[in-house]
Design a protein around this ligand. Structure first.
Ligand code: SAM
Length: 201
């Protein structure tokens, strides 16, 4: 019961519990956010999208360090986007914008230099459809960063029995390659997870 509740809020946070679950995630996963940011290799003026940005914590880490970037976060949870906007306004950061949207319905074609999604692909049934969509959002030579926990790690937790698709690295790699990306795989802390760095050819 508890595991299902938590899992539902990981999938789509809402209300006070969603806010608390997201804050908890931020504490647990800060090292993962920082590692992903390192791989992003950010340059001034980069246009960067965070898909499934939650409360915008990672975007704020980037904005603080790279004020000359153009940052955008999307999430289909309206209540978590409200939190993201509140915290971003409070932090006085003006290079982040947010939109409430499912990535499949989001239209900004050939716009982004870099797109990342952290702990979000688990909830995407038809991965091929999502990767095709994301490819349209990227410029040519744009880069997608998929940060996720691998199957053996996900298999160890109880809350991941609900909502989560436990995918192998090879499966994700193949979908990316089939959609015209060249893929470079980096480990996230020993073998717990990976960042797939996929460049649109
Ligand atoms: C487990 S949370 C991770 C949040 C954040 N990326 C982090 O690592 O702290 C997954 C987030 O992705 C969002 N999400 C999942 N599928 C989505 C989709 N198709 N379009 C937009 N947002 C999505 C959820 O609402 C949720 O906020």
């Amino acid at each position: 019961m508890f595991n299902k509740l938590i899992s539902n809020h990981f999938k789509k946070p809402h209300g006070l519990i969603g806010k608390m679950v997201n804050n908890f995630q931020n504490k647990q996963n800060k090292a993962i956010y920082l590692k992903t940011i390192k791989y992003l290799d950010i340059k001034d003026e980069d246009k960067i999208l965070d898909i499934g940005c939650g409360n915008g914590y990672t975007l704020r880490l980037i904005a603080n360090e790279y004020p000359h970037t153009i940052l955008m976060g999307i999430d289909y949870s309206s209540s978590i986007i409200k939190e993201a906007i509140k915290s971003t306004t409070k932090a006085n950061l003006n290079n982040i914008s947010y939109e409430i949207s499912d990535v499949l319905a989001f239209n900004k074609n050939n716009y982004f230099d870099k797109i990342y999604c952290i702990n979000t692909i688990y909830f995407w049934q038809d991965l091929d459809e999502y990767i095709k969509k994301i490819s349209t959002l990227l410029k040519k030579q744009g880069i997608l960063y998929v940060t996720y926990m691998n199957k053996s790690t996900l298999d160890q937790y109880s809350f991941t029995k609900y909502n989560y698709l436990h995918r192998d690295l090879n499966e994700i790699d193949l979908v990316l390659r089939n959609n015209g990306f060249s893929v470079n795989i980096k480990k996230l802390f020993k073998t717990k997870g990976f960042v797939l760095i996929a460049t649109k050819k």
